[in-house]
Design a binder for this molecule. Structure first.
Ligand code: ADP
Length: 334
């Protein structure tokens, strides 16, 4: 008998162009995991409404996220690749979990506090309960592994709490989901300006997008924050230099990294040369992905077919779980 495969679930919001952080934090793991696990990968369109209530660009963004993931190697025949809004039972589970989530713990969430700071004019209840909806997305498929970047660690902890609370109150339905990365540590791809992480909607000149043209990539890397170089041998790197080395580790060869590490340690480093090399290596990495995106994106029929196929798989799994949930809760009267 075939071994039952462990279940994987993750999502990306359709809020703009995908970037290197999405790739190394999430998509790279999706591509590996689709070979060995039962995978559910989702375009999180409902989540995007928490910060992007204007839906004029939503369709285009959904199509872009689909095309960009597929260009990176996500295979819709192997994984269920679907849109959140096509799986209505997500909203039902979200409602039940909301009764098990407390205002205090939601208000303490770091991403919530960040969003309140960034958009004080739009602190809506959806934003506050974002981790609840995310937990619903994950446990709806009874997933064990969630490939995400480091920024999502706290949300995963909350998802575990909600799943456990449900299990304690109504009976064992959900496994505990854990964040997953093929390397031991979760990844954070820093932005080029030395401040925070690369991100879809903020700091666009400091973020490298998978759809960026070659010259744009070179230009962004050339502008990355550096300084006059170290004046003492073997000194500790400031954060923004550490970040540049972190970016090199994603795309440069070991020889190149070793050379610049040595140059840094003996104070002969030339940041201009380093950035030229990093720019070229980034171009080498991003250009083939961009070309694939440009061939997939115009094929709307194909993208529609991907969504339909994904919705069918995700709805099947959601239906099975929700039957167990309603039974466990006693919400079954005939
Ligand atoms: P964004 O923050 O760019 O809007 P999402 O919230 O849609 O991205 O996150 C999609 C996935 O990409 C998540 O798994 C998230 O952890 C990962 N991710 C986003 N930015 C980074 C980054 N700079 N480094 C590592 N992973 C990231």
């Amino acid at each position: 008998m075939a071994k039952h495969k462990e279940i994987v679930m993750s999502g990306i919001r359709p809020t703009g162009f995908l970037h290197l952080g999405n790739y190394f934090g999430a998509i790279r793991n999706y591509i590996k995991m689709q070979e060995d696990f039962e995978c559910y990968f989702m375009v999180a369109d409902w989540h995007s409404l928490t910060t992007h209530p204007d839906t004029k660009e939503l369709r285009g963004n959904v199509e872009r996220v689909l095309a960009e993931n597929i260009a990176c190697g996500l295979d819709p025949d192997k994984a269920a690749f679907f849109c959140q809004s096509h799986v209505h039972e997500t909203a039902e589970l979200y409602l039940y979990l909301n009764m098990l989530a407390y205002k205090g713990e939601l208000e303490k969430t770091v991403t919530f506090k960040d969003k309140v700071r960034q958009h004080p004019e739009n602190v809506n209840a959806g934003l506050l309960t974002y981790p609840v909806l995310q937990a619903a997305d994950i446990i709806l498929h009874r997933a064990q592994y969630v490939p995400v970047g480091k920024d999502q660690e706290q949300h995963l902890e909350m998802a575990r709490n909600f799943a456990n609370r449900f299990n304690h109150r109504y009976g064992e339905v959900f496994p505990e989901p854990v964040a997953y990365n093929y390397n031991a540590e979760l990844v954070k791809v820093p932005s080029l300006d030395g401040k925070g992480k690369m991100s879809k909607s903020e700091n666009q000149m400091a973020t490298l997008y998978l759809a960026d043209e070659d010259d744009m990539i070179r230009k962004k890397v050339a502008k990355a924050k550096t300084d006059g170089g170290p004046t003492e041998m073997n000194s500790i790197k400031p954060d923004y230099i550490e970040n540049i080395f972190a970016l090199m580790k994603l795309v440069c060869t070991e020889d190149v990294i070793a050379k610049y590490e040595a140059d840094y340690n003996n104070c002969t480093i030339r940041y201009g040369d380093l950035k030229k090399q990093l720019g070229e290596d980034m171009v080498k990495f991003i250009a083939p992905v961009r070309e694939k995106i440009n061939t997939i994106l115009p094929d709307k029929n194909y993208l529609k077919q991907v969504m339909e196929q994904g919705a069918e798989k995700a709805n099947k799994s959601a239906g099975e779980t929700m039957k167990l949930v309603r039974e466990a809760m006693g919400l079954k009267y005939f």
